[in-house]
Design a protein around this ligand. Structure first.
Ligand code: PLP
Length: 408
């Protein structure tokens, strides 16, 4: 089965209670076999608030996994902004909207880029970024990391080895390992493309390298971006996972490097659960694209999505959530190291190595039984991924540590 091995499999059907088993069967009957459920014993959530979720039996869970409800599940300011906007107006980007323009200005002021285009998902954002890059450079090659995940459109699945392994990649794609001299690996990938007569349109990386196992700082990323530019390509920072302050240092993952991307893609936490994502880009790239291509995305940048995104960004700043990510993340990572574990962390994005996939699966599933949500990560599923809402407190961290100590 492709992807993290902490997914539910039919092998556990007999240990489910009757109503859970029935829901799992009905779900599979209508959704088909491509969907996955987390955990040996899937959970049916009915309500959530802050860092807590409750299942259909009223049992409470601590969320140390979900990065989409970034300012906390059902944050009252985001809920109110969405409800008010939904009751007032919800149309699209072909009408003038001051709040949309104000949000675009606000978002862009956190970067050195000049234009933003709205989509509904991170996949669409990466798809559009790649289209712009290919258009602007006239090149077709793309370089990604060995276990990258960038989304699900046909074009983006073809640059996402974590979905289906190297054989699923298009012939204009080259992969590079995250460990070792990253710039040298990228230069070698450019040379391999050149042997096939292909020049690079882009190097695209998730700046926390989440699906590659969480790598806070990669040696040579800045030089790698320079190498791609020298070969005629662009550097795309995929900020879908690390963006909006999760790493506890600035708003964006690339802020920790001496690096300005040509294009930035954002999504997941942007609307705290409302489907909104975006591409930010250099104005000249969008100008080249826009001269020949008309762009419209029916739901991308709708009034309700913009209201959710503006409220989310306001909460990140007003509640000091970047500082919270740094301090609670640092506290949690230090305590995990005290347990003798190998930890790779930046703010509230934490990867923890365990001896093997077997141990990782047991820890993830046993924590779930104890009411704490985490996940597995890495090509070999041998690290824990801890990535809670940014409102995670020290008390939340202590609860996670207590349960983890018991499981270990
Ligand atoms: C790094 C990265 N990029 C892009 C995506 C795709 O985002 P979406 O699921 O919103 O299409 C994901 C989703 O997990 C991701 O982790």
């Amino acid at each position: 089965m492709a992807g993290p091995a902490t997914y539910y499999t039919a092998a556990h059907a007999s240990s489910l209670d009757a109503s859970t088993r029935s829901l799992v069967e009905r779900r599979e009957a209508v959704l088909g076999s491509a969907y996955r459920l987390f955990y040996d014993h899937p959970i049916r959530f009915v309500r959530a608030l802050g860092t807590r979720l409750w299942d259909a039996d009223g049992r409470e869970y601590l969320d140390a996994y979900n990065n989409v409800p970034s300012v906390g599940h059902a944050h009252p300011r985001v809920v109110a902004a969405m409800a008010e906007q939904a009751a007032t107006l919800n149309t699209h980007t072909r009408y003038l909207s001051e709040p949309l323009i104000a949000y675009a200005e606000d978002l862009l002021s956190t970067t050195a880029l000049q234009n933003v285009m709205f989509t509904c998902t991170g996949s669409e954002a990466n798809d559009l970024a790649l289209r712009i890059a290919k258009h602007a450079t006239g090149n077709t090659g793309v370089i990604v990391t060995e276990n990258a995940y960038h989304g699900v459109t046909t074009e983006i699945a073809a640059i996402s080895p974590s979905l289906g392994g190297p054989s699923s990649l298009a012939d204009w794609v080259e992969t590079v390992p995250v460990s070792g001299d990253f710039a040298a690996s990228v230069r070698a990938a450019i040379a391999r493309l050149a042997e096939r007569g292909i020049r690079p349109a882009a190097l695209i990386v998730d700046t926390i390298f989440a699906s590659d196992g969480v790598h806070p700082l990669v040696d040579g990323l800045t030089d790698a971006a320079a190498a791609v530019r020298a070969a005629g390509g662009l550097f795309i920072a995929d900020e879908v996972q690390p963006g909006f302050g999760r790493l506890g240092h600035g708003m964006w993952g690339y802020d920790r490097y001496a690096l300005t991307p040509d294009l930035i893609t954002v999504g997941k936490p942007m609307g705290n659960g409302q489907p909104i994502a975006a591409v930010m880009a250099r104005r000249d790239l969008v100008d080249t694209f826009g001269r020949e291509v008309r762009y419209f995305n029916t739901f991308g940048g709708s009034n309700v999505s913009i209201a959710a995104a503006q409220a989310t960004l306001d909460v990140v700043r007003d509640e000091g959530l970047i500082d919270n990510a740094a301090s609670v993340g640092g506290y949690l990572a230090a305590a995990l190291r005290d347990l003798g574990l190998t930890v790779r962390d930046a703010g509230l994005f934490i990867g923890v190595d365990l001896p093997s996939m077997h141990e990782t699966l047991r820890v993830v599933n046993e924590l779930r039984e104890r009411g704490v949500l985490v996940a597995a990560s890495g090509a070999d599923n041998d690290s824990l991924k801890i990535r809670p809402p940014l409102v995670f407190s020290r008390a939340d961290a202590d609860q996670l540590l207590t349960e983890l100590r018991a499981v270990l």
